[in-house]
Design a protein around this ligand. Structure first.
Ligand code: ADP
Ligand code: MG
Length: 354
């Protein structure tokens, strides 16, 4: 048995992009994209509008053909496989439900396509409707459902034929904030339960951080950086990633010298996250670990109170730093024009490519 396992070699990635380029005229929407996605991973492609996210997904779905390169599923090229035979469930931002069919008929369509008999179809639809909490709505038309309910139907329809791969394009983009958070929880729990290899495309960093095992940040058709949410946030490789994922204080053109634990090569800038900066009155006693910190003095320009967080803008010489602080009861609140001392651990300073 061990011998067999050795002969088979490593399990091929479920999905693999190999040097894929898609040109539209002179524009490369996707440029030399190489990416492996293992079985069961929830991968999010994150990037600004126009960065090539949807094109990457359409290439995988087979709606668009590569200009160069190849896409493999379970180790085999799908270049010659038409989209309807790729066995992928797809959810678009705009729901794309059949408007003239009831919810049940919408769910039935993929099962009919696969030749499942009527009695099995009905049983499976009942189970799926219950799973997405739409038991009583099977006979409604899509126009009689709320946005969140329509998106549940779209998810149910994508999953009902049990495809090994699920593709989501800005699935929550049309929903308001509360509903979006609720649906994020729903998508996460469906992923845990069904374990589908999932590729989700979004421009929403919070969605990406919440849902993903791994995030690919795209910029102008190329991968800028790919890593776990935690690693991307804590160790962004470039200024673009630091700015796009969370908030970043870029420490350049300052009146003070930035002290960092590591050297700052040419073409890079120092960065510190707002929550890594401490704020105190200038007269406050120094911290126990003051020798590991850099401290500067400044003046508060603005304060925003946002639930459990306070966000300060602090003028330090010619630059403005953002400081984010957890609101603790009894903690000191600073007001505009207050003088303050900021400090941070030198080890919290990150060096990123400019
Ligand atoms: P995203 O989903 O990240 O917003 P897209 O993949 O939709 O980005 O688009 C990437 C780039 O390719 C953009 O510059 C866009 O204008 C261009 N593009 C996408 N689809 C087409 C098309 N069908 N024809 C021409 N250009 C396109
Ligand atoms: Mg898009």
């Amino acid at each position: 048995m061990e011998h067999d396992a050795l002969e088979q070699g490593p399990i091929p990635a479920q999905i693999e992009f190999r040097g894929v380029t898609k040109m539209y005229g002179a524009v490369s929407a996707v440029k030399d994209l190489s990416l492996s996605v293992p079985h069961g991973e929830f991968l999010t492609i994150l990037g600004p509008s126009g960065s090539g996210k949807t094109t990457a997904l359409m290439l995988l779905a087979g709606f668009v053909a590569p200009s160069k390169g190849d896409i493999l599923i379970s180790g085999k090229s799908v270049a010659a496989v038409p989209s309807f035979r790729r066995d992928q469930g797809i959810v678009f931002q705009s729901y794309a439900l059949f408007p003239h069919l009831t919810v049940r008929r919408n769910l039935e369509f993929p099962l009919e396509m696969r030749g499942m008999v009527a009695i099995e179809r009905a049983a499976r639809i009942d189970r799926m409707l219950a799973r997405v909490h739409l038991n009583d709505l099977g006979d409604r038309m899509p126009s009689q459902l709320s946005g969140g309910q329509q998106q549940r139907v779209a998810l149910a329809r994508a999953l009902i034929a049990d495809p090994p791969i699920l593709l989501l394009d800005e699935p929550l983009g049309a929903l308001d904030r509360n509903l979006r958070e609720q649906m994020q929880g729903e998508i996460k729990s469906l992923h845990r339960e069904f374990g589908k290899t999932t590729i989700c495309v979004t421009h929403d960093q919070e969605e990406a951080l919440t849902l993903s095992d791994r995030i690919v940040v795209m910029r102008a058709g190329q991968i800028e950086q790919a890593d776990t949410p935690e690693a991307l946030y804590d160790r962004p490789a470039t200024r673009f990633v630091a700015d796009f994922l969370g908030e970043a204080n870029i420490l350049e053109n300052h009146d003070f010298e930035v002290e960092a634990d590591v050297e700052q090569p040419f073409g890079s800038v120092a960065m510190i996250r707002p929550e890594r900066i401490g704020i105190a009155a200038p007269t406050a006693p120094c911290r126990a670990d003051a020798d590991q910190r850099q401290s500067v003095t400044g003046t508060v320009e603005g304060m925003i109170y946002a639930g459990p967080l306070r966000k300060y803008q602090v003028r330090v010489g010619s630059s403005l730093l953002v400081v984010r602080e957890q609101v603790a009861s009894g903690g000191q609140i600073f007001r505009p024009d207050d003088a303050v001392r900021l400090d941070w651990l030198r080890s919290d300073v990150r060096i990123v490519a400019a």
